[in-house]
Design a protein around this ligand. Structure first.
Ligand code: PMP
Length: 366
């Protein structure tokens, strides 16, 4: 008998792959623009490609199960002990590990409406109860999230910046929230702070969340190499937490969850701060380009702190289909409770221009 909570799961809808769209609509794959999965439009960092070619010779062997070299590089970069780090097959893996370690039927999990879909999926797959807190201005309502914690709550997810809305909570607000949750509930409630888009923040908004990990024994900070570091296809993310939590995540982790090429590429990417800076600047310029276009088209959008923008187009299902016919893949977010909106990832200037041109044509009925 399959548990009813498993049967109730609506599976994750990923952005449509370019080849699939090409087949479906008879389009030339080379002419298709994919702005659907918050990928890095600069592509793979050449430094990571070189590192993988070098590492390929060892692929007959299993990967390092403990990711020694990558953890050492991360520990140095983020100034945390290597023993406080857990590697994941993408940061999704770490979100899942947190749910495996802390949730079960009978427990509850707090997260925000319009937050990253995987929080809902990971909660549901454990048969735990959802405490989805209504969004405030498309972002997290931290006061309401604190108030929503009940006697069964074991896990709470915060995405900052959030996907798919792109909203951001200033560090002082997050810190006050972490302090309040810890003061009220101690280590009974584990907080996962998901910072997948951290590297896209303007420098004055960035902060050292590893300091929070030192201060709060109930905190797990999650980061990824999929976005600004340009390694989405390799699947590598990491978590920072104190040893008690790190030990729990490690108990439910698959032994070889991050492959050899991913480990080698992540080390190279971490050291390639020049690529990271280029990714940040390309994103910032693209964000401006999209905002100006949306203003001109009179479209409402949520100011974004990530590498994507949520824009209100009305009949999003129809407009999405029209964009697909024109070879432009973006992301409908009806499943996140936003049926009038589309999420568009920020691409290269010419990709953004293709999207804007297609959107303008669709909206004007051409
Ligand atoms: N967290 C957030 C907020 C995200 O948007 C994403 C990617 N869509 C992830 C985590 C997972 O990314 P990955 O598994 O590629 O690290």
């Amino acid at each position: 008998q399959v548990p009813s909570y498993i049967l109730d799961i609506a599976p994750y809808q990923a952005g449509k792959p370019i080849e699939e769209l090409a087949r479906e609509f008879g389009l030339d794959p080379a002419g298709i623009v994919k702005l659907a999965s918050n990928e890095n439009p600069l592509g793979l960092p050449p430094s990571a490609q070189r590192a993988m070619i070098e590492a390929a010779g060892t692929l007959a062997r299993y990967p390092d199960p403990n990711g020694f070299d990558l953890k050492a590089a991360l520990a140095e970069h983020y100034q945390v002990p290597a023993s406080w780090l857990t590697l994941g097959n993408g940061s999704n893996d770490l979100l899942e590990l947190a749910s495996l370690a802390f949730l079960a039927p009978g427990s509850s999990c707090v997260y925000a409406q319009h937050a990253f879909t995987v929080y809902r999926l990971a909660t549901q797959a454990r048969g735990a109860r959802h405490l989805m807190v209504p969004a405030l201005d498309y972002g997290h309502d931290l006061d309401a999230m604190l108030a929503a914690i009940d006697a069964d709550t074991r896990l709470l997810f915060v995405a900052n910046p959030n996907n798919p809305t792109g909203t951001f909570l200033p560090s002082a607000r997050v810190e006050a929230f972490l302090a309040a949750v810890h003061a009220a509930h101690g280590e009974r409630v584990t907080v996962v702070l998901d910072e997948a888009y951290n590297e896209y923040l303007d420098p004055e908004l960035r902060f050292d969340s590893s300091a929070w990990v030192r201060r709060f024994p109930n905190l797990i900070v999650v980061r990824t190499f999929s976005k600004a570091y340009g390694l989405a296809g390799l699947r590598v993310g990491f978590a920072m937490a104190q040893p008690r939590l790190t030990d729990l995540l490690n108990r439910v982790r698959q032994p070889f969850n991050v492959n050899t090429l991913a480990q080698a590429a992540a080390i190279a990417a971490l050291h390639d701060q020049e690529f990271l800076q280029r990714a940040y600047e390309t994103n910032k310029a693209g964000k401006r380009q999209l905002a100006e276009a949306f203003d001109k088209l009179g479209l409402q959008y949520v100011p974004s702190y990530g590498n994507f923008v949520l824009v209100r187009v009305g009949d999003a299902a129809r407009i999405n289909l029209e964009l697909l016919k024109r070879g432009v893949i973006v992301r409908p977010v009806a499943g996140d409770g936003l049926p009038e909106w589309l999420r568009v990832s920020i691409g290269l200037p010419q990709e953004n221009a293709r999207f804007i041109e297609a959107l303008a044509a669709v909206l004007s009925g051409q």
